[in-house]
Design a protein around this ligand. Structure first.
Ligand SMILES: [Mg+2]
Length: 177
C-alpha cells in the first residue's frame, strides 16, 4: 500500500531559499520577477537542480505536490516557471490570493483537512513541510498531517530532503488517523 499520497509545501524559505514575498515588498506584480532574480531566490543552479531531482522522484512515485503559501500565486508561478519547476505543481498552487485558502481563514491545517476529506487521505498519508513552526506545531498537535519543519533558514536543503525521504518511508501500519 502506498504510504504518503500528498505533500503540502510552503513556498517562501521552504521551496525558495529567500523570502520572495518580503524581498519583493509584498508586491503582486509578476513583472518584477526576472529569470535572474528567480534563480537567485531559489539559491542558484545547484539548489534548483536538487529541487528538480527530488520533485521528479516524488512525481514518479505518484505523490501529489501542493504549494500552500501566504505569497501571491502569480509571483510563485513565475519563480517556478523561470526555474523549470512549475510543471510539478500544475494548478496545485495556493497563495494569499487563493479563494480556497481564504475560505479557511488562511489556516493551513483546515486547508489540508479539506483535501484529506476530498481525497479520503488519512493523516499519515499527508506530509506538510513549512519553515514556520507556528504552522507545523499546530498541524502536528491536531494530527492533521505529519510535519517537517525547515530549520536551516534557507529552505529545503540536502539534509532536509534526506529527512523528508525518511518520513516518506514511514510505515503506514504505525500511522495514526
Ligand atoms: Mg515560509
Amino acid at each position: 500500500m502506498k504510504c504518503v499520497a500528498a505533500l503540502f509545501i510552503d513556498f517562501d524559505k521552504t521551496i525558495s531559499k529567500d523570502h520572495v514575498y518580503y524581498s519583493t515588498g509584498g508586491s503582486s506584480d509578476e513583472k518584477k520577477i526576472t529569470q535572474k532574480l528567480a534563480q537567485e531566490f531559489m539559491g542558484g543552479e545547484q539548489r534548483i537542480a536538487l529541487l528538480h531531482k527530488k520533485f521528479q522522484s516524488y512525481t514518479d512515485r505518484k505523490i501529489e505536490m501542493y504549494i500552500v503559501s501566504y505569497g501571491f500565486i502569480g509571483i510563485i508561478k513565475r519563480v517556478l516557471k523561470f526555474t523549470g519547476l512549475l510543471s510539478f505543481f500544475k494548478n496545485r498552487i495556493y497563495g494569499r490570493d487563493s479563494s480556497l485558502l481564504k475560505r479557511f481563514g488562511y489556516d493551513k491545517g483546515k486547508f489540508i483537512q479539506y483535501f484529506k476529506t476530498e481525497n479520503n487521505w488519512k493523516s499519515y498519508q499527508v506530509l506538510f513541510i513549512d519553515d514556520d513552526l507556528r504552522n507545523t506545531a499546530l498541524i502536528n498537535e491536531k494530527r492533521t498531517a505529519r510535519v517537517y519543519t525547515i530549520t536551516s533558514g534557507k529552505g529545503l536543503t540536502k539534509d532536509s530532503f534526506d529527512a523528508v525521504e525518511q518520513l516518506l518511508k514511514y510505515d503506514s501500519r504505525e500511522g495514526q488517523e
